[in-house]
Design a protein around this ligand. Structure first.
Ligand SMILES: N[C@@H](CCC(=O)N[C@@H](CS)C(=O)NCC(=O)O)C(=O)O
Length: 413
């Protein structure tokens, strides 16, 4: 769009320049300013003065055009002020009283990154981020946030998870929200470690806009774009980049909206789902009993209600399973068409990791079991899972004393 706007300005500039020469408007003013009469000006001119006038006219035309362009640019440059554009937050010190619940430590991680992920274990957006961090073999800390009370993100103005704090070179921490922006930021850094992660984060500001219903919304700019600058990875084609972006967008704009209506379609399924969340999120050991139960009962009831609303919003029929089966089939058909194991070819790319992450959020739910039984998603899903697990760091639980219940070890795998 900016390119088009630039072209328009260029055309306007050219037209102005052309008009000034053709109709002599500027030249006439110049003549008057220099104290000549119009009669004098109209006198037949000898060769050199006509040329001089033409040159002066052209110069003024060009200057006028440039000033006009600059004015238009200045106006365009200010138009964004109708909306906000907020840079990522940078905080001086790691927030006090934040409870790190676990760490993944990979001795092979040479990124030098110090990442803390604030998450809900089974939130599809958080699962996406973890799938990416694990696949990349990164070490990171996890703060399991209580979905109801959210004590561990009280310090933050940003109330959604996933959110990360990443240590910059100057020792401060840059805060990034939105699963796709987090993935793009870290992937950009891994591609070119020379640029500080805090500097790269500036490419992902939050902007506000108005949706179709004139409701003010916020989003992160460039969230599906990697900032390669001068270091585009070898063998990367425009087509591959675009395909990756397309399916990453699909994971966020379509696939993810099928999760809640499927996992909470009845109150019974909602409780079952939350019991799986409690198990996967290790709520029994991270939170007191009352808090764990509050999360299960309040969460399941709330989500059962919310899922009905979401079903309507995303125009899903009562047969919600059919929509998620369609989505799984769409994905596997695309792989068949491409004749590749993964969307990234022989290895998963960010689209594979995003789709895998979203689906893994419901791995313990009936909805996922039904997807595996009724579509071909299983083969691809378990291949990605294997690779993600193979490159994941070692799990170290921070706040657990005594023996870890065996069921939790099973969940970690
Ligand atoms: N677009 C965001 C969505 C994040 C999001 O909606 N997270 C949910 C958890 S699954 C949340 O924190 N909701 C709390 C709230 O909306 O207050 C992303 O990709 O990270």
């Amino acid at each position: 769009m900016s390119l088009q706007r630039g072209n328009n300005l260029f055309m306007r500039h050219l037209l102005y320049f052309k008009n000034a020469r053709q109709y002599g408007g500027i030249s006439r003013n110049l003549v008057q300013r220099r104290g000549l009469t119009t009669t004098q000006a109209k006198r037949p001119q000898s060769g050199p003065s006509t040329l001089k006038l033409a040159v002066l006219g052209s110069a003024l035309g060009a200057t006028g055009g440039t000033v006009y362009s600059l004015y238009m640019n200045w106006q365009d440059g200010n138009s964004h002020k109708e909306h906000e554009r907020i840079k990522p937050e940078v905080i001086k010190e790691f927030p006090a009283n934040v409870r790190i619940t676990k760490r993944f430590v990979n001795p092979k991680d040479t990124s030098g990154l110090d990442i803390t992920l604030f998450q809900f274990q089974t939130c599809p957006f958080c699962c996406k981020v973890r799938a990416f961090l694990d696949f990349m073999g990164l070490s990171y800390k996890v703060v399991e946030v209580d979905a109801v009370l959210r004590q561990d993100i009280k310090w933050s103005s940003q109330k959604k998870v996933p959110m990360v704090l990443i240590r910059q070179r100057d020792g401060r921490y840059v805060q990034m929200s939105d699963s796709s922006a987090i993935i793009s930021l870290i992937a950009s850094y891994l591609n070119d470690k020379k640029t500080d992660v805090g500097e790269l984060a500036q490419f992902y500001p939050t902007i506000s806009y108005f949706d179709d219903n004139l409701k003010k919304k916020h989003d992160i700019m460039n969230k599906y774009f990697l900032m390669y600058q001068d270091h585009t990875p070898k063998g990367y084609s425009k087509e591959a980049e675009e395909t990756e972006r397309k399916w990453r967008t699909w994971a966020d704009s379509h696939l993810v909206h099928l999760i809640s209506p499927n996992c909470y379609q009845s109150l019974e399924e909602a409780f079952e789902t939350f019991e799986w969340f409690a198990q996967a999120g290790e709520w029994d050991i991270h939170f007191p009993r009352w808090e764990r139960n509050l999360m299960v009962y309040a969460g399941a009831t709330a989500m059962w209600g919310i899922a009905k609303m979401l079903k309507k919003r995303h125009q899903l029929s009562d047969d919600v399973r059919s929509h998620i089966y369609d989505a799984c089939n769409k994905w596997t058909k695309e792989l068949e068409k491409r004749k590749t194991k993964f969307m990234g070819g022989k290895q998963p790319n960010l689209a594979d990791l995003s789709v895998f992450g979203v689906l893994s959020s419901m791995e313990g739910c009936q909805a996922f079991k039904d997807c595996v039984a009724n579509t071909n998603i299983g083969e691809w899903f378990y291949s990605v899972k294997q690779l993600v697990q193979n490159s994941r760091g070692e799990l170290i639980r921070e706040r657990i004393e005594g023996e870890i219940p065996s069921m939790l070890n099973a969940v970690a795998n």
